[in-house]
Design a protein around this ligand. Structure first.
Ligand code: S0N
Length: 358
C-alpha cells in the first residue's frame, strides 16, 4: 500500500469511527480516486466551491480563446526544473539537529522540520531552530521566498511534541516549559517575504496553525488537516482561532475546533484553507513554480501587500508593520534624505522643492 493510500485509509477509518453520515463516507471513498483535475489550457476545471484543483501541467497565462496574449508572452512559462539546493548545516555556532535548512541560487530558502519519526512534531529546540532559519532567510537579501515543509511524505507537522509537554508548555533541555511556537507564528507573519507551506500528509494541531500563518499553502493530495487540541488538552486562542476564522469563516472554524475532526485536501481547498492541491509526486515541483512566479514580481510590492493584508487583522501591530514599510520607502526618497542631510550639515531643511501631490 502506498503512503498516499495509507493516509486515505486512516482518514476513511477516522470518518467511520466518528459515525459520519453517508455523504462523508462517500467523500472518503471518493478520495480513493485521483482528486486533482488537469487544468485545461483554455478553461480551468473548478471544484464545487469554484476553487481550482490543479494538476501537474499548467499554462498560467493562457487567454480565453487559447491565443497567447501579451501578458502571456511577457510573463508566461515558468520553469518546472528541480531546484539546486545547497544545505546550510549550521547558523553561527549552532548546529541544526531538528531542521534541515537549504537555499537555492535562484532565491528560494527551504526549511524542513526533520523529525519524521514523530510525524514532525515540534519540541522547543525545533522551534528555536526554525526561528534561526527564518531569521537568516529574512536577513539574506538573495532570498525572496521561503518554503516551510516537513520531512517525508507522512506529515508536514503534527504539532507540539506531547512527550515533552509539561506544566506550562513544552520542556526543553534547559528544563524550562515554553510555548515558543507562538513567537514563531508572529515571526512568520511579520517576515516581509512570502512564506509558502508545502504540505504532504498531516498538518494537525500546532502544525495546522503553522501552515495557516504561512502566506500560501500548496497541498499534496494525501494532505490531512485539522485541530486536535480539544482531544489532547490544548488550544490556540490566538492566530490559531482568529486567523482560521478569517480563512474559513466563523461557523467552519468553530466546527474545526469544537469537533476536532480531520479534513482531506479537497475539503481543505473547498473551505479556503489551501491554495491548490497537486499530486504528491508533483508537490515540490508545483511549489517551486509558485515561488518562481513570485520571485519574478516586485519584492517591494509583495512585502507591502503582505503587510497590508496583515494590517487588516493585526490591529496596532499590523499598522506598525505597514507603517515600517512606508518609512523604509521614505528613507529611499530624496525628500526623506533632505531631512537627514540638513541635520548633518547643521542647516534648516529645504522641503520646498518637493511637490505636494494630490
Ligand atoms: C498525526 C497523527 C494523526 C498520525 O497518525 P499515524 O500516521 O497513525 O502515526 P502515529 O503512529 O500516531 O505516530 C507515529 C509516531 O509519531 C508520534 N507522534 C505523532 N505525533 C506526535 C506528537 N504531536 N507528539 C509526540 N509524538 C507524536 C507517535 O507517538 C508515534 O510514535 P511511536 O511510534 O513511538 O508510538 C497522530 O500521530 C496524531 O494524532 N498525533 C498527535 C497530534 C496532536 O494531537 N498534536 C498536538 C496538538 N496540540 C498542539 O499542537 C498544541 C501546540 C502548542 O504548542 C500551542 C499551545 C498554545 C498555543 C498555541 C499552540 C500552537 O501550536 O499553536
Amino acid at each position: 500500500m502506498s503512503a498516499a493510500q495509507r493516509r486515505l485509509q486512516v482518514l476513511s477509518n477516522h470518518l467511520l469511527a466518528s459515525g459520519e453520515d453517508a455523504s462523508a463516507r462517500a467523500s472518503a471513498s471518493r478520495l480513493a480516486e485521483p482528486l486533482w483535475l488537469e487544468r485545461q489550457a483554455t478553461s480551468g476545471s473548478a471544484s464545487s466551491s469554484g476553487a481550482r484543483v490543479t494538476g501537474a501541467k499548467q499554462e498560467p497565462y493562457s487567454s480565453a480563446d487559447g491565443k497567447p496574449n501579451s501578458y502571456s508572452r511577457v510573463h508566461g512559462a515558468v520553469s518546472r526544473a528541480p531546484a539546486m539546493w545547497r544545505r546550510v548545516a549550521s547558523l553561527g555556532k549552532e548546529e541544526l539537529t531538528d531542521v534541515i535548512y537549504e537555499k537555492s541560487e535562484e532565491g528560494i530558502a527551504k526549511i524542513t522540520i526533520n523529525r519524521p519519526d514523530k510525524r514532525n512534531a515540534f519540541r522547543p529546540q525545533t522551534i528555536q531552530e526554525l526561528s534561526w532559519c527564518f531569521s537568516d532567510a529574512r536577513d539574506d537579501p538573495r532570498v525572496g521566498v521561503i518554503v516551510l515543509t516537513g520531512a517525508g511524505e507522512l506529515a508536514f507537522c503534527s504539532g507540539g511534541d506531547q512527550s515533552v509537554r509539561g506544566k506550562g508548555g513544552y520542556v526543553g533541555e534547559d528544563g524550562i516549559a515554553r510555548l515558543n511556537v507562538l513567537d514563531l507564528q508572529v515571526q512568520i507573519r511579520r517576515l516581509p517575504k512570502p512564506v509558502v507551506a508545502m504540505v504532504a500528509g498531516y498538518a494537525v494541531g500546532g502544525g495546522h496553525i503553522l501552515h495557516m500563518v504561512c502566506d500560501l499553502t500548496i497541498a499534496a493530495d494525501n494532505a490531512i488537516f485539522g485541530q486536535t487540541g480539544p482531544k489532547v488538552g490544548s488550544f490556540d486562542a490566538g492566530y490559531g482561532s482568529t486567523h482560521m476564522a478569517r480563512l474559513v469563516g466563523q461557523k467552519k472554524a468553530r466546527e474545526m475546533w469544537f469537533l476536532a475532526r480531520l479534513y482531506d485536501a479537497r475539503e481543505a481547498l473547498d473551505m479556503g484553507l489551501v491554495n491548490t492541491v497537486v499530486p504528491l509526486d508533483q508537490l515540490e515541483t508545483e511549489t517551486l513554480v509558485w515561488c518562481r512566479e513570485m520571485l519574478r514580481n516586485s519584492p517591494t510590492a509583495l512585502r507591502v501587500l503582505k503587510a497590508a493584508l496583515n494590517a487588516a487583522e493585526d490591529g496596532q501591530a499590523g499598522i506598525q508593520e505597514l507603517g515600517g514599510n512606508a518609512t523604509m520607502l521614505f528613507y529611499h526618497s530624496e525628500e526623506g534624505n533632505e531631512g537627514r542631510q540638513a541635520y548633518m550639515e547643521k542647516r534648516a531643511p529645504d522641503f520646498s522643492k518637493f511637490k505636494r501631490l494630490p
